[in-house]
Design a binder for this molecule. Structure first.
Ligand code: FAD
Length: 551
């Protein structure tokens, strides 16, 4: 993998077949696909990979049972097929999760309709869901989730989808592309487009935003794809794109201690006020609840939870889990993201999640909408469009589609056949037995087989075995690994998207800021002033996520 300096130099010196703007899951999927087809590809991301919606989703790889209600059968079919593929190519990141769907006497949709929907859902997955659905007795439900309201409960089918780590899925997709000849760089923002004499876009003006003295340069590429999610319209506005394509809607999640709402299963429930579907999702030592769905008109970079978002989610949880009595002080962390939905009239929740591809008259290809789950297909589709354009320009003959559904992501190479993560954890401890068992399991789940390389770092340097927060599995060696091999260049990159200390630790990782900044500084050559700036920037990010507390 190129160093940042080398990658920057390549972006300035070389000519690319394809430039992808945006390093969320959509851009990442296109990048991996295009590299694997043999194109010469560059990807530039304004902040960090998955900085936008792709680290702020509900973290599910799912068919979207609720889309059956809107009769979006092809979307569901596509998504459940992708779920199967992603379980195969990223078994460390895409794990089966059971969902309980309690139906009450006053539920908007009746028990039989829900069960019919479940059969259809399993059928669309060709009965190859992680497991087929079943119906539980009220007694079984009470034993498993004692806090769930039993009043008027008519029954509760249990069905299966998958949970993931959205930011890491994005990152590993990019890293796979970097194993080929692609160049992908974070903290490089497109500030304008470069045009040829015929008016066609043939590159972009790019700014390296990492250093205080910003560097601007032109990046030359025959075809440019806009994969900037909620920023889609802003990016098109730099070209010839006119009318607004998007209707971004905000979705908020809250994180609480699992001990306050213990559940082995995700629970699907509807909000008592407006009937919208919400999820309560088990997340190891935490549980998270989401999401809201409201139109958003501001700057996508500033999206954050408000007090009314948090109150709305707490009201739903307290209604369905009556003994739970959650209050705002129980909320450890929040996250807010924007759905980059294609503009449509009607209520926010009714807007289709399908993606679309648009080509502007200056040749800019835009892909918008869609879901995390379907990113691989979206990538293939938009790259095929780019290939057709390249062929039209006489540059490259139309090529076969890439086999992205067969090749494992980097952490899945060598993954145990029987999916037993503990085998891998044992290998991690075999390399460095000073690593605690809980940390070994955590590393294996998070980094897949690359956990072994992290164990090697810890073996070589005892200091790197140090815990980052009391009672938690994260260790200092992850700083080294993510800086050296995963393009982490700020403290926020590490806390929010390489690890999840930001979401999971009671202090959102603030207590670990100095030690992380110090080690990153040693690796990246920061002086004292830069370390302080980095620590302050992270503190400001945490403060922004907590603004809802004070209004
Ligand atoms: P983003 O992830 O936002 O990526 C766009 C990137 O472009 C950003 O990183 C941004 O920094 C960059 N960028 C912007 N401007 C520039 C520029 N000028 N130069 C360079 N880079 C730029 N889908 C699922 O399948 N499962 C779920 O459980 C799920 N839950 C969701 C829950 C919520 C609350 C939301 C909001 C969405 C959810 N989705 C889910 C949908 C899914 O998360 C999104 O469709 C997907 O993440 C969008 O990815 P993207 O790459 O298009 O956009």
């Amino acid at each position: 993998m190129d160093t940042r300096e080398r990658a920057l130099q390549r972006l300035q010196d070389e000519e690319f077949d394809l430039l992808i703007v945006g390093g969320g899951i959509t851009g990442a999927g296109a990048f991996r696909d295009a590299v694997r087809r043999g194109l010469k590809v560059a990807l530039v991301e304004a902040v960090d990979f998955a900085f936008g919606t792709s680290s702020r989703s509900s973290k599910l790889v799912h068919g979207g049972l609720r889309y059956l209600e809107n009769r979006e059968f092809s979307l569901v079919f596509e998504a459940v097929s992708e779920r199967r593929i992603l379980m195969n190519i990223a078994p460390h990141l895409v794990n089966p999760l059971a969902f309980l769907f309690p139906v009450y006497e006053d539920s908007k949709v009746g028990f039989n309709t829900i069960r019919a929907g479940m059969w259809l859902y399993d059928a669309l997955a060709l009965f190859r869901a992680p497991k087929t659905h079943k119906t539980l007795s009220n007694k079984q439900i009470k034993e498993s989730i004692p806090l769930l309201s039993q009043e008027g409960l008519k029954g509760a089918p249990l069905y299966y989808d998958c949970a993931t780590d959205d930011a890491r899925l994005t990152l590993e997709t990019i890293l796979d592309g970097l194993n080929g000849d692609g160049v992908a760089l974070n903290y490089t923002r497109v500030t304008g487009f470069v045009r040829g004499r015929d008016g066609r876009i043939c590159g972009a003006r790019v700014r390296d935003t990492l250093n205080n003295e910003a560097i601007d340069f032109d990046l030359k590429a025959t075809v440019v794809i806009n994969a900037t999610g909620p920023w889609t319209d802003r990016t098109r506005a730099m070209g010839s794109g006119g009318e607004r394509l998007l209707r971004p809607t905000k979705g908020v999640h809250i994180v609480i201690d699992a001990a306050r709402l213990p559940t082995d299963w995700a629970v699907v429930h509807t909000h008592p006020d407006d009937g919208r579907v919400l999820f309560t999702i088990p997340w190891g030592d935490r549980t998270y609840i989401g999401t809201t769905d409201t139109d958003f008109h501001g700057d996508p970079a500033e999206v954050a939870a408000t007090r009314s978002d948090v109150d709305y989610l707490l009201a739903a949880v307290n209604h369905f889990f009556p003994g739970c009595d959650l209050v705002p002080d129980d909320v450890i962390a929040t996250w807010a993201g924007l759905r980059p939905l294609i503009s449509q009239e009607g209520s926010e929740s009714a807007v289709s999640r399908e993606h679309e591809i648009f080509v502007d008259r200056d040749g800019l290809i835009t892909i918008a909408g869609g879901k995390l789950t379907t990113y691989r297909r979206m990538g293939a589709e938009v790259v095929s469009k780019a290939m057709a354009m390249l062929a039209m320009l006489g540059q490259i003959p139309d090529a076969q589609e890439a086999q992205t559904g067969r090749e494992p992501l980097p952490g899945a190479v060598g993954w145990p056949e029987d999916d037993d993560v503990e085998k891998l954890a044992a290998e991690v401890r075999g390399v460095c037995d000073a690593i605690e068992p809980a940390t070994a399991t955590y590393l294996a789940n998070r980094y897949g087989t690359r956990a072994i390389d992290i164990a090697k770092l810890a073996l070589e340097n005892q200091r790197l075995r140090g815990q980052l927060a009391e009672g938690r599995p994260e260790i200092l060696a992850e700083v080294d690994w993510t800086v050296l091999r995963e393009l982490a260049v700020t403290v926020s990159d590490f806390m929010v998207r390489r690890t999840q200390l930001y979401y999971r630790n009671y202090d959102q990782g603030l207590g670990a800021t100095d030690i992380v900044a110090e080690r990153m500084g040693e690796l990246l050559g920061w002086d004292e002033e830069r370390r302080t700036e980095e620590a302050l920037a992270y503190q400001a990010e945490v403060a922004r996520s907590r603004q809802w507390r004070t209004g």
